[in-house]
Design a protein around this ligand. Structure first.
Ligand code: 5AD
Ligand code: SF4
Length: 434
């Protein structure tokens, strides 16, 4: 196989993968490779997700499609959590050229060189020294940029592969994060979303917590908005809640997964919070920032979940009134404790009906939240061009998509009145240029 001259990175799954995908792209560009479409590129990096079975299946079908292109082309690198979980097995099964885990992708250039010589480029180590220092500097980014500040998870929820694929919780150093945030702003970012599997567990030896990072970012001139995701209820420190009241750039949005509404199921999931302790956290957050938009993740049909326990999830959803949520059917993941509860798996049709009922309830709440936004004035950060001529799409402070007729450009922050609402987006009218 020859040395690739062009590359394409395709990311699946969470925002941390999107961030990693961008950084792998920058790494390839620094090697002199040129970005290309997937059906043209000499090297295709599939940055994979292992969280549910469906996500993993997608990788194998994408590899199959790429293999149809022409014999020996393109060079295929599997990165991300499937690479970490399956290691050499994926090379054997799918005949790919490079397998690289999420903690080792700074070595991608060496692995690609090895593959060009006809050997398997394999690296799924989780080294102590962080990869971040070995990556090229940030150059050009969109108006809304991601910044990974924390990786891994020590919570070991019984259904979840993350502690195995991403490793233990590690926080990046404060100074490195602040420097990268400044570089992102210089590269065009107006909004930064701090990322981590447990972003609110971020901390350092000097006793700093996520709110200290938020305060540091608040001081960066040119940065207009700060967000963070994903948080765990047990790491919602007082300082972070207070930051929602005191830091103007911190957007009124909190993604705080609860997963289920029944204490018995939460215990079986090893969530280490209860329905009540979760609701009490939300009360404190709402006291700090009354207009906050709440978001969550849910799993239905966890092994052994009864009808009554599922209904407790529906009641919780009604009690909270989420602005938007993600909801999933339980998917058994090899190696996790819940996957061993085989005798308690629920039939697929029961899971389907529960997911439909939950999604209907969540949809009603999203619509209600959006309806209540109509008439509000707010800033919108323009992120992309809409489908209709003259139409642009941006985000409100509450992370709603807002469609506008405007000659504003991508990256502009404009004052808007929200005029109508659907379940997934709103229409806005320009009030004044900002
Ligand atoms: N099955 C279904 N959903 C899962 N999630 C994590 N693991 C599983 C699984 N095995 C969901 C959780 C988590 C989100 C990122 O994915 O809701 O918060
Ligand atoms: Fe997975 Fe639980 Fe960790 Fe979230 S907190 S990444 S669901 S183990």
């Amino acid at each position: 196989m020859t040395t690739p001259k062009t590359y394409h990175v395709k990311s699946y799954g969470c925002q941390m993968n999107v961030y990693d995908g961008e950084r792998m792209g920058e790494l390839m560009a620094a090697q002199g490779l040129v970005a290309a479409e997937a059906d043209q590129a000499d090297l295709v990096v599939l940055n994979t997700c292992h969280i549910r079975e469906k996500a993993t299946e997608k990788v194998y079908s994408e590899i199959g499609r790429l293999k149809l292109r022409e014999a020996g082309k393109p060079m295929i690198a599997v990165a991300g959590c499937v690479a970490q979980a399956e290691g050499e097995e994926i090379a054997r099964r799918a005949k790919v050229d490079v397998v690289v885990g999420p903690q080792a992708y700074h070595n991608l250039p060496d692995l690609v060189a090895k593959a060009a010589e006809g050997q398997l480029g394999l690296d799924t180590d989780m080294p102590i020294a962080s990869k971040f220092g070995k990556l090229p500097a940030r150059r050009k980014v969109g108006p809304s940029a991601f910044l990974t500040v924390q990786e891994g998870c020590d919570k070991f929820c019984t259904y979840c592969v993350v502690p195995y694929t991403r490793g233990a919780e590690v926080s990046r150093p404060y100074a490195a994060i602040v420097d990268e945030a400044k570089a992102l702003v210089d590269a065009g970012a107006r909004e930064i979303t701090l990322l981590g599997q447990n972003v609110n567990a971020w901390g350092d030896a000097d006793g700093r917590g996520l709110h200290d990072l938020i305060v540091a970012l608040d001081r960066i001139e040119g940065l207009a908005r700060i967000r963070y995701t994903t948080s765990h209820p047990n790491d919602m420190a007082e300082g972070l809640i207070e930051a929602h009241a005191s830091v103007a750039k911190l957007m009124p949005f909190l993604h705080l997964p609860v997963q289920a509404g029944s204490d018995r199921i939460l215990k079986a999931m090893n969530r280490s919070h209860t329905r009540d302790s979760y609701l009490r956290i939300l009360e404190r957050v709402r006291a700090a920032r009354p207009d906050i938009a709440l978001s969550g993740d849910f799993i239905v049909a966890f092994p052994g979940e009864t009808e009554a326990e599922f209904e407790e999830t529906l009641q919780l959803v009604d009690a909270v009134g989420y602005a938007q949520c993600f909801s999933f059917k339980y998917s058994p993941r090899p190696g996790t404790p819940a996957a061993e509860m085989v005798d308690q798996y629920l039939p697929a049709d029961v899971a389907d009906v529960r997911l439909q009922r939950l999604q209907a309830a969540l949809g009603r709440h999203s619509q209600a939240f959006n309806d209540a936004s109509v008439g509000r004035r707010c800033s919108v950060l323009i992120e992309r061009v809409g489908r209709r001529p003259g139409q642009m799409i941006g985000k409100s402070p509450w992370l709603q998509s807002v469609h506008l007729e405007t000659d504003a450009k991508i990256g502009d922050l404009i004052e808007v009145e929200l005029v109508s609402a659907g379940p997934n987006s709103l229409a806005g009218r320009i009030v004044a240029a900002g």
